[in-house]
Design a protein around this ligand. Structure first.
Ligand SMILES: CC(C)(COP(=O)(O)OP(=O)(O)OC[C@H]1O[C@@H](n2cnc3c(N)ncnc32)[C@H](O)[C@@H]1OP(=O)(O)O)[C@@H](O)C(=O)NCCC(=O)NCCS
Length: 173
């Protein structure tokens, strides 16, 4: 496995159509209940410099992986509500909305790197809690979160009746 040519950089507003096309191109490779595509509003939040901290993996110019993250603030989608967070903690949350690696590039460490680098950037940006959801059968994704220091917190139902585990990672000073 050789991922030395992969380049990682923050995604921005003008990556929007590339990200949408990438998601569409990968949907058929993902079990239906594993990924709940973001609405355009959430996608905009993920890509905007002020409301999001998302990361792309590029092979030359081609987008081959995404790690979408946004700051939900006090919006009702903040998974911190499910975990009984106080308002102070809710405002510290950066929330994952899907990691996808091109199906021809999986198993090369790209997913793991996307999560690792993204967590470092999030904690540098003064957000001290990261929340992610994952389907209980998505073992690779669960392993990716555990490898990156996340802990399982809750087994619940999200996104129009889909089973989801909520994972949390807290910044250690
Ligand atoms: C989940 C997902 C993002 C993981 O991405 P990935 O790049 O394949 O992940 P990694 O390569 O970092 O790790 C996957 C496996 O490759 C292994 N691996 C990592 N680097 C490796 C290397 N250099 N050589 C060999 N194997 C390697 C890891 O140990 C891991 O193996 P395991 O699952 O048997 O433990 C990817 O599978 C995906 O896009 N899935 C579909 C979308 C999805 O379900 N997303 C999550 C919910 S939103």
């Amino acid at each position: 496995m050789d991922e030395k040519n992969i380049f990682y950089r923050r995604l921005a507003d003008d990556d929007s159509s590339t990200v949408i096309n990438f998601i569409e191109s990968q949907l058929h490779t993902i079990p239906k209940d594993f990924f709940f595509p973001p609405s355009l509003i959430i996608l905009e939040k993920c890509l905007n410099r002020n409301s999001g901290i998302s990361l792309g993996a590029f092979d030359s110019e081609e987008l081959v992986g995404i790690r979408l993250t946004y700051k939900p603030g006090l919006d009702k989608e903040n998974h911190g509500y499910d975990l009984g967070y106080s308002e102070t903690k809710l405002l510290q949350v950066a929330q994952f909305w899907g990691t996808i690696v091109n199906n021809e590039k999986r198993h090369e460490g790209i997913g793991d790197n996307l999560v690792k680098i993204n967590c470092e950037e999030i904690f540098k940006n003064s957000y001290s809690r990261i929340l992610a959801t994952v389907h209980p059968n998505n073992l690779r994704s669960i392993k990716m979160l555990l490898t990156n220091g996340f802990s399982e917190k809750l087994n619940t139902i999200k996104y129009n009746n889909l089973p989801r585990l909520i994972f949390e990672k807290i910044k250690v000073d």
